[in-house]
Design a protein around this ligand. Structure first.
Ligand SMILES: C[S@@+](CC[C@H](N)C(=O)[O-])C[C@H]1O[C@@H](n2cnc3c(N)ncnc32)[C@H](O)[C@@H]1O
Length: 294
């Protein structure tokens, strides 16, 4: 076989992925070739007539086969961008989703609005931290914050810790293995200003029917929200009340049609009428944010 050019290799790989039902075939083929060549997608276009360097084809083909088997690109490359930061990801953690950035941005905005935080460090907690995407981004963009990252999975916490070190915020994040808030230090009670939670919210029976990329590769413990998907939020909400500062905020990411189901869990005596629902980029009610009144 005569040597392939970059353009030909890409076209062949994209066709393989397309024929195996991958909707993002061309994009994935480009991302994976850029990864193998340690270059950018733009460079692939600029150099599309150059011959693929020796020994690259076999490795590239292996990655294309993994993608054809529905493995998410982020697990293949070990990387996902979130809040313009590169996060290491592996199969112990959920791949961070772009919509979760909406919750992070909302918290950053709220902190900027509150003049009190010019004299006092905001205390932020990320419950179900996974790769640490929320905790690490908040530590990075809110430079004075004291951040707590909680997860039940030790392996997820290892990954989150690795990301905190990469982004040089490990000195401001405390990592804690805990079932929701049951294991948090007593001294933290009543001190947290912002609690972000992207807990598992998929109803158990729906998990086998999710996209193969999710059902077959992402950790079950990061997906399974029990019967109606809200089991973990049902437990978290009363626990959060103990941990939040008066006027502290709790922001929760939920699935489509779940936001309204949280309302009965948020007693007016404690949360007032503070609930705000934020939509994701597709217009779905994706986040419920509430403020503790007393
Ligand atoms: C949907 S993932 C979210 C990961 C990350 N926050 C993100 O947005 O990409 C949910 C995370 O919650 C963790 N988790 C599941 N049950 C938990 C529990 N009872 N207590 C604490 N963390 C839990 C999982 O290990 C997983 O890392």
């Amino acid at each position: 076989m005569s040597p392939l050019t970059i353009g030909e290799a890409l076209a062949g790989a994209a066709e393989t992925l397309r024929s195996r039902g991958i909707d993002t075939a061309r994009l994935d083929a480009e991302v994976l070739l850029a990864f193998v060549l340690n270059t950018s997608r733009l460079d692939l276009h600029v150099n599309s007539r150059e011959v693929l360097p020796d020994g690259i084809w076999h490795g590239y083909n292996t990655l294309i086969e993994r993608r054809a088997g529905r493995e998410p690109v982020a697990y293949i490359t070990g990387e996902k961008e979130f809040m313009s930061l590169a996060f290491y990801v592996d199969r112990n953690v959920l791949v961070p989703r772009p919509e979760t950035e909406i919750l992070v941005e909302w918290i950053i905005e709220k902190i900027r609005e509150r003049p009190g935080f010019s004299t006092r460090r905001p205390v932020i907690m990320d419950v179900g931290t996974g790769s640490g995407s929320i905790a690490v981004s908040l530590a990075k963009y809110v430079s004075r914050a004291e951040v707590w990252a909680v997860d039940i999975s030790e392996k997820a916490l290892d990954t989150a810790c690795r990301n905190a070190r990469t982004h040089k915020v490990d000195d401001r994040i405390s990592f804690l293995q805990s079932d929701l808030l049951t294991g948090i230090p007593a001294g933290l009670k009543g001190r947290v200003d912002f609690m972000a939670a992207n807990l598992p919210y998929i109803p158990s029976r729906e998990i086998p029917h999710l996209m193969a990329e999710v059902a077959g590769f992402e950790p079950y413990i990061a997906l399974n929200g029990g019967g109606d998907g809200l089991d973990l939020y049902r437990k978290l909400i009363p626990q959060a009340r103990e941990v939040l500062h008066t006027c502290g905020w709790l922001g929760m990411e939920v699935g489509a049609a779940q936001a309204e189901k949280l309302a009965p869990l948020l007693s007016e005596r404690i949360w007032g009428e503070s609930a705000v629902v934020l939509k994701d980029y597709t217009g779905v009610d994706r986040f419920v944010v509430v403020q503790k009144k007393n």
